[in-house]
Ligand binder design. Structure first.
Ligand code: NI
Length: 169
């Protein structure tokens, strides 16, 4: 684990009180841990904005669907078999007489993971669902990750140019 650095933050009294209430409700023990999570989330989102198509991501796709819907389960299985290299694991829950929930864990190039997610979500009979994507943890904090600043295209990812370890207020 890398060295912990301290930095000071100035904020309006009202803003800080609201923030403290929010993070207390969310169960954070300290302001620092809440800030660290916000920073990590901002970094992941910024890196996922325009990642090279080869960047590897992790995803979890949650789907709620009616298993009686015509051909749906067959088409879901077919899509996953067609892209078996992207599918790490599947959790299936029989929610009610009609409904099933599936959580499909995916790992692979950002474009392929997103395309498979969209293909599954758009199947007729899927009632609700969402794809959540994140990066392997080493890529959240590293300024230059091997994957994201891939030199295959001969240029660096633009976010790598801004220092993310700036200290102070
Ligand atoms: Ni089921």
């Amino acid at each position: 684990m890398s060295e912990l650095l301290r930095f000071g933050v100035s904020a309006e009294d009202e803003l800080l009180q609201s923030f403290d209430r929010l993070i207390a409700n969310q169960g954070y023990a300290t302001r620092s841990e809440a800030l660290r999570d916000l920073m990590r989330d901002a970094l992941v989102r910024s890196r996922l904005e325009e990642p090279p198509e080869t960047a590897e991501i992790l995803g979890s796709l949650t789907l709620v669907y009616d298993h009686h819907a015509h051909d749906l389960t067959e088409r879901m299985a077919e899509l996953q078999h067609d892209h078996h290299g992207l599918v790490i694991s599947v959790l299936h829950v029989h929610v009610s007489h009609d409904d099933c929930m599936e959580v499909i864990v995916l790992r692979g190039p950002v474009r392929e993971v997103r395309l498979l997610g969209e293909a599954l979500l758009s199947l007729k009979g899927v009632k609700h669902g969402k794809l959540f994507v994140t990066l392997p943890s080493r890529e959240i904090t590293e300024r230059k990750s091997a994957t994201l600043s891939s030199h295959k295209h001969g240029h660096e990812h633009k976010h790598d140019k801004s220092p993310i370890r700036r200290q102070g207020v």
